[in-house]
Design a protein around this ligand. Structure first.
Ligand SMILES: [Zn+2]
Ligand SMILES: [Zn+2]
Length: 378
């Protein structure tokens, strides 16, 4: 197992395009694991990363089977089914010591693609040159090399096509509700945008026992999906409502005139980044999940007392706490992943998968790989 493994991967070219070609992934060294991917979910971030300096192995949500392990890795063995995650808290920096591992300064410090917790550069080659991977994972590939800390064991009863989306979109949405906003039983919640992350917020709010969960979108099928996953009310966002006054009034009408205790924005539309401030009550939480960057203008037409505006990274993920419980909820059917995975594709159809995601046709699209390693039966 000391030889490199060759497999197909999707690589961004830094100019908005990608190629599918063969990469070589070296054998694992001490503390490392080489994984044969079986399923990889798509996030909007994957499309955005087509513009990051390439070549870059794409993909940061994935599940697969351990192909080989390096010295000292005792928690995993070849054939084991595993989930990948991109938060690798060091446990020692000031953020980690405060329990904010998702903001680890050693992992996310200077260059988000070169965390100290990742194997050192030079592990993955394409056309003879070393390449980096999206979020230090690169899950849109048949093989990847990670440190063992990036893995959580998966039970055989959770299908790969469902499990893989736990690694980013579901963690981000459920974690925003439970870890960041800390939704409490009986609270009111408004969620703008019912794609993969928004639907995960809806499920997180339901798991927290929220009293009212108001799902907001323009697409009737997205609202139906939100309802099937726990939304108690749905609002079709009005077409001609540039300052969102109608929408805010509709949310107030459903929350005893107060506004939601927690309002989330998960549309990916930068211009809506501050909408949650309009939808939540005084002292409430406004949570922006689009990862919108760059200058945005916000109007302050009224007094917004004690509102808190939050832009969480990775749903406040603490891998050792969060992934086992997400997996548990999924096994018990309390976290429904099947209904979120609306489309599956072969790697060769990645272009179509991006089109479906950008057009809003898919809630979660998942790329499925031909298995190259048989999983253990346990
Ligand atoms: Zn740290
Ligand atoms: Zn993501």
């Amino acid at each position: 197992m000391s030889e490199p493994r060759f497999g197909l991967a999707a690589l961004g070219d830094g100019a908005g395009g990608f190629v599918i070609d063969e990469i070589a992934v070296r054998a694992p060294q001490a503390g490392e694991v080489r994984v044969a991917l079986q399923a990889a979910g798509l996030c909007h971030t994957d499309h955005a990363s087509l513009h990051w300096p390439g070549p870059l192995v794409l993909g940061h949500e994935g599940a697969g089977v351990v192909e080989s392990v390096g010295d000292g890795v005792t928690a995993f063995r070849p054939g084991q089914r595993v989930l990948l995650n991109w938060a690798l808290p060091c446990g020692r920096c000031p953020q980690c010591r405060r329990g904010r591992g998702s903001l680890c300064e050693r992992t996310h410090g200077v260059d988000p693609t070169l965390g100290s917790s990742s194997p050192p550069p030079g592990h993955t080659h394409w056309r003879g040159q070393a390449v980096e991977r999206s979020f230090r994972l690169g899950t849109l590939a048949q093989f990847t090399l990670v440190r063992a800390e990036a893995l959580t064991a998966l039970p055989a009863t959770l299908p790969m096509r469902c499990a893989c989306i736990l690694g980013c979109g579901v963690m981000t949405g459920v974690g925003a509700a439970l870890n960041v906003a800390a939704v409490q039983a009986g609270d009111t919640v408004a969620v703008v945008g019912c794609g993969g992350v928004g639907l995960s917020v809806v499920q997180g709010a339901r798991l927290a026992g929220a009293g009212r969960i108001i799902a907001i979108d323009r697409r009737p099928e997205a609202l139906q999906r939100a309802q099937s996953l726990g939304a108690t009310h749905t609002l079709r966002a009005p077409d001609d409502d540039p300052r969102h006054e109608q929408l805010a009034a509709a949310v107030r009408a459903l929350t005893d005139g107060r506004g939601a205790d927690h309002a989330f924005e998960a549309t990916g539309v930068a211009a809506l980044a501050f909408l949650p401030l309009k939808l939540c009550r005084h002292g409430g939480h406004a949570v922006q999940l689009s990862g919108a960057h760059g200058p945005q203008t916000v109007e302050m037409p009224e007094f917004w007392w004690d509102k808190r505006y939050l832009v969480p990274l990775y749903g406040g993920c603490q891998p050792e706490r969060d992934f086992p419980r997400l997996i548990d909820w999924a096994l018990r059917g309390e976290l429904q992943l099947d209904r979120m995975v609306t489309h599956t594709y072969a790697l060769a159809d990645l272009g179509r998968a991006f089109d479906d995601m950008l057009a809003g046709r898919s809630a979660k699209g998942v790329i499925l790989f031909e298995p190259v390693i048989d999983p253990l039966g346990d």
